[in-house]
Design a protein around this ligand. Structure first.
Ligand code: NAD
Ligand code: SER
Length: 317
């Protein structure tokens, strides 16, 4: 059991793919009682609900976000509630409302209550005109609504930092691969679903072409990066503070299937691309994480084969 750190933490969108593991890590660090998990829905038996404080919170309800922060004495907010790319493109209005409106509500509450804030960004900020190995600084012209909301989120965070002194930090997560919670409606979900298929039917029908290559990361690295950027001294963070590129590794869908086939005898994959191919094609193959490395020491631990073994072991337990 950890010693309480004195921080009082709120996590929005806590029942999703990232929140499921981030809440566990934050409770290990700050103590169970100090981390309030919240979401617009609840899930019976979910560890975020059963192992510590949990609140139903719709992030588009500005008054409720501020009230909860004030009443609970929240000092740090990890703002994960959002619609991901595939779900967001099906409902652009809701995507803007949750992703941008929710972020504004959280930033307003943080300003009023003096909270620090983590707001995730994404590789979806890049558009087809960005270099395929995406640098930290390049024009951001996404062609998805989801990507537009992430560019807006980075800008809002910088605005609240420069104009109001709110300590906002963020990472451009690559596609995240994990087994503790299902992927939440994104384009990179194939890299998660394929493992569930591998330990089940041993066949996966992939919704992107075999040559589709994207920046990816194993969840353990993503959680570690999140804690690292939030622990970094404010003086070490420059103008990328609300949207650091963080590098993991890159693979094509075909390379992922081959890595799994090396471990799972008889595994096969076929490819039937759908509209998510268009979103994937608009994103880079890899990202340059050198600014994150220089400013707060980022370095990934997992590669394709380590991730493949960790996923298969995790799903087999
Ligand atoms: P997810 O879809 O798995 O979880 C999001 C959670 O938000 C869900 O539990 C959902 O119920 C909740 N939610 C939706 N609308 C809400 C609302 N109005 N109020 C409160 N909660 C609401 O998403 P995730 O993968 O955990 O992603 C979290 C964040 O990280 C998002 O900002 C996402 O854009 C970003 N991100 C994720 C990935 C990835 O691969 N998972 C990659 C890049 C960026
Ligand atoms: N993994 C996310 C998605 O595919 C990218 O932010 O939507």
């Amino acid at each position: 059991m950890s010693e309480p750190t004195g921080d009082r933490v709120l996590v929005t969108g806590a029942l999703g793919q990232i929140g499921t593991e981030l809440v566990e890590a934050l409770r290990a660090k700050h103590g169970d009682a100090a981390v309030i998990a919240s979401d617009i829905r609840t899930v019976e038996g979910h560890p975020c609900v059963s192992k510590g404080p949990f609140a139903i919170l719709d992030v588009t309800d500005t008054a409720s976000v501020s009230r909860l922060c004030r009443d609970e004495g929240v000092t740090t907010i990890y703002h994960l509630a959002a619609l991901l790319s595939a779900t967001g493109e099906k409902n652009p209005e809701l995507c803007r409302s949750v992703n941008v409106g929710g972020t504004v509500a959280v930033l307003k509450a943080a300003k009023a209550c003096g909270c620090r804030v983590f707001v995730p960004s994404s590789i979806a900020v890049f558009g087809p005109d960005a270099p395929k190995h995406a640098p930290q600084d390049t024009p951001l012209n996404p062609t998805t609504v989801y990507g537009e909301t992430k560019v807006e989120g980075e800008a809002l965070g910088l605005e609240y930092w420069t104009l109001h002194g709110v300590d906002v930090r963020g990472l451009r997560y690559p596609g995240l691969v994990s087994y503790k919670a299902p992927a939440g409606g994104g384009t990179t979900d194939y890299a998660v679903e394929i493992f569930h298929a591998a330990v089940g039917s041993k066949h996966y029908r992939c919704f992107v072409r075999p040559d589709t290559k994207l920046p990816m990361m194993y969840m353990d690295d993503a959680i570690r990066a999140t804690l690292m950027v939030m622990e970094a001294p404010a003086t070490s963070l420059g103008s990328s503070r609300t949207g650091y590129n963080i590098d993991g590794f890159s693979f094509t869908a075909e390379e992922l299937a081959a890595a799994i086939a090396q471990e799972v005898e008889g595994f096969s994959c076929d490819y039937v691309p759908d509209v998510r191919q268009t979103y994937a094609d608009s994103w880079p193959d890899s990202v340059d994480g050198s600014i994150a490395k220089k400013e707060w020491g980022w370095s990934p631990a997992y590669d394709l084969h380590a991730m493949t073994r960790a996923m298969l072991n995790g799903l087999s337990d």
